[in-house]
Structure formats: structure tokens, C-alpha cells
Design a protein around this ligand. Structure first.
Ligand SMILES: *Cc1c(COP(=O)(O)O)cnc(C)c1O
Length: 385
């Protein structure tokens, strides 16, 4: 079909349009206040932001840091400083995650072990993790990635992993505000409070995005939080006194101040994305396309809305011709990236991770209304191979 100028276009993401004129004004004023104050790091905005994020995710401590990758690195490095992990220890990671989950592990001399996710929610299953740990007691930690904004948790398996001394670290870069059931829906718990510690990202496209980079470590373990804080500030416990060979992973005051203005809108962002996701799921009925699961027992925040089809590239081209922009999360799994090719261990086959890389397609959800979703679904339903 010919694309005409009058054809309606659906953008995948428009970062400028993500913020209302009112929110933009508030962020400009917040940034100006920081600029005029002359106080750029370790100030009251960062402290406030940490308190608010800790409350939101139901943990006692939040350490605001430079980005999500550094947040993961700081958690694992802190556990190494505390003697809970050592170089060469293995860490289980879902095979379909973004590479930033894996990079900090190999950088620290830990050994990532990739494992296929569950076919139901595309997340690592803690039941599978338990089996992998029973077969290999070199696995000392699990990096539980709540991919696409859907949290994953299996209480029994988590308890058995913990009783074996296995750490459960959440990569909740995509899942701020998501919840998973503890014993049932009434007992639902926030992503970030499920495991021993959690890493979050405020990359601009994430549900709560900075105007640049940002991240945080969440935990209810005070010793871990303090160790992360020291590591993120040159390893110093007080000025010019360095107890660890640390990093510089601080969050800027200006980012904290601007994100504090965004925070009151976050619940709206999640609710709107949920409406769009439900509109998509209620309208997509092509036999060629599988919509993602809506799970009645969980709060999903829909960082991405990801459909699956064996004809992914054809569907992507078809939608592009029809004016619908899409994206792929992710086209090449970490173990097939040039930097890791042939060098990452795996627990079992990674066939599903590889299949997902060729079948997943992310539809617009950020600057999209439920009405748009119904229109896009109608286009998808016309797709033929
Ligand atoms: C975005 C992301 C990261 C990395 O966060 P940055 O802030 O970009 O460093 C890590 N893991 C997952 C799953 C992500 O989506």
C-alpha cells in the first residue's frame, strides 16, 4: 500500500511529547532553582528523591546513582566487599534481557550464566533458577529482570533459593511501580522489595525518565545500602578517607530536582499505559500474532508492549508502510553479541531466548491513546503472509 501524506502516523516514542506543557514548566523552574543555588551534588533534592523512591517501592533505603548499569554494578561489587560474593561466582541471568544486565557482572569478574525465560511472561522463572542451582552450586546469585514492566516472583522457590544462600537481585530498570503476588493478589508486593536488592534505571525512555542518565539501588539491608553509598562516592566513608577502591556514580541534583517534579505523574503514566495495553489485547485477533499476557494477579506497568510472531520482520515492514513505527527489544541476545560470542555460559538451551529475538515486536505505547491502540490493532489484524 502507498503511504500518503494524509496517512495517520503512530510514532513509537516522542520524548519531548512525553511531558505536558505544565510538567515542562515545572521541570524548567526546578532546574533553574538548582542552577541558581550553586549546589549540584549530594544535596536536598537527591535526598528527597531517594526518600520518595524508597517509599514508592516499599524499601528502607534508596541510593540514587548515575545510571541503571552502575546500579547493578554497585550492588554486586558491594556484595563482593561484604564477602557474600567472590570473583568467579556464577550469577543466573535471563537470556532475553538487555545487555546492560550482563556487562557489570563480567566486568566484576563474576560469571553470568544465561537461562531461558518462561514462555508465559518472558521472565526468568525462580522455579527454573532453583533447578539450575540444584544442578550447579557455583551459582551464588540470580539477577531477576522484570522485563517489559511485568514483575516476576515465585515465593516458594525464592525461599528455597534463599535458604541455600543464593542472593536474589532484581533488575527493575523497566518495572517501577510493578507488583507481583507474594501469597495471592491481596498480598501483592512492589518490584524492588521482592529480593535482596534492586537496581533501577531512569534512562530517558524508562517509565520514570531523567533528562539524561540516572539510576538507583534499592534495598532494606542497611549495611548493603551504606556499602553502595561508599562505593559510589570514591569508596570514601568521610572526606579524603577511602576504605574501598570505589567509583564515582553519583546522581546530579538537577536530575533529582526534575524527576521529583515528574514523580506525581508516574501513577498516571502507568495507568494510561495499562489502558492502552488492555485496548491492544482486546482488539488484536490476528492468528499470526500473539499478544502479551495480562496477569490478573499482578500490577503491570508496561514499559514495552511486546507482541510475538514468527513473521516479525514482515509485520514490522507492513506496519511501517501503514504508518506505525515499531521497535525490537531485543534483536540480538547478549550471548550472541560480538563481545560475548561463544564466551557466556548457559544453564540448558537458549533456544527460546534466540527465538524471541527473532519474533518479538514492540508496539507504540508511550505517546499512544487506547483509541490509537484499537486503530493499530485493526491494522495488525489485516496483516497477511
Ligand atoms: C535500561 C536497562 C538497563 C540499564 O540502565 P541504564 O540506566 O541505561 O544504564 C539495565 N537493565 C535493563 C533491563 C534495562 O532495560
Amino acid at each position: 500500500m502507498m503511504t500518503t501524506d494524509s496517512q495517520k502516523r503512530f510514532k513509537f516514542i516522542d520524548l519531548a511529547a512525553m511531558s505536558s506543557p505544565e510538567l515542562t514548566d515545572r521541570m524548567v523552574r526546578a532546574a533553574e532553582e538548582v542552577i541558581r543555588s550553586g549546589w549540584f551534588l549530594h544535596g536536598r533534592h537527591t535526598e528527597n528523591f531517594e526518600r520518595r523512591i524508597a517509599e514508592l517501592c516499599d524499601v528502607s533505603s534508596c541510593v540514587a546513582v548515575s545510571n541503571g548499569l552502575d546500579a547493578i554494578r554497585l550492588i554486586f561489587r558491594a556484595y563482593m566487599e561484604l564477602g557474600r560474593l567472590r570473583k568467579g561466582d556464577r550469577v543466573l541471568v535471563p537470556g532475553n534481557t538487555f545487555i546492560a544486565s550482563v556487562l557489570p557482572l563480567s566486568d566484576l569478574g563474576l560469571v553470568p550464566v544465561m537461562i531461558d525465560p518462561s514462555e508465559t511472561d518472558y521472565n526468568l522463572s525462580l522455579g527454573d533458577a532453583l533447578e539450575a542451582v540444584e544442578a550447579d552450586d557455583g551459582i551464588k546469585a540470580v539477577l531477576l529482570v522484570h522485563l517489559y514492566g511485568t514483575a516476576s516472583w515465585e515465593r516458594e522457590a525464592a525461599a528455597r533459593l534463599r535458604s541455600r544462600g543464593v542472593l536474589i537481585i532484581e533488575d527493575m530498570a523497566q518495572a517501577i511501580g510493578a507488583e507481583a503476588p507474594e501469597t495471592g493478589f491481596r498480598d501483592s508486593r512492589k518490584a524492588g522489595s521482592l529480593g535482596d536488592a534492586a537496581a533501577i534505571s531512569f534512562y530517558p525512555t524508562k517509565n520514570l525518565g531523567a533528562l539524561g542518565d540516572g539510576g538507583a539501588v534499592l534495598t532494606s539491608d542497611d549495611t548493603l545500602a551504606e556499602t553502595v553509598r561508599v562505593l559510589a562516592n570514591y569508596g570514601s566513608d568521610r572526606r579524603y578517607h577511602h576504605i574501598m577502591q570505589g567509583y564515582n556514580c553519583r546522581m546530579d541534583e538537577i536530575q533529582a530536582a526534575m524527576m521529583l517534579e515528574k514523580l506525581p505523574w508516574l501513577a498516571d503514566v502507568s495507568r494510561r499505559r495499562d489502558e492502552v495495553a488492555r485496548a491492544y489485547c482486546g482488539s488484536i485477533d490476528s492468528p499470526l500474532v500473539t499478544a502479551p499476557g495480562i496477569f490478573g494477579d499482578r500490577v503491570q506497568v508496561w514499559h514495552q508492549f511486546v507482541v510475538r510472531t514468527p513473521y516479525r520482520d514482515e509485520l514490522k515492514d507492513f506496519l511501517a508502510r501503514e504508518g506505525v513505527e515499531t521497535d525490537i527489544h531485543y534483536p540480538v541476545p547478549p550471548h550472541l553479541q560480538p563481545c560475548y560470542m561463544g564466551r557466556l555460559l548457559s544453564a540448558g538451551s537458549l533456544a527460546l531466548s534466540e527465538r524471541l529475538a527473532s519474533e518479538v515486536l514492540s508496539l507504540p505505547i508511550v505517546n499512544t491513546t487506547p483509541g490509537d491502540a484499537v486503530e493499530i490493532a485493526a491494522v495488525i489484524n489485516k496483516f497477511q503472509i
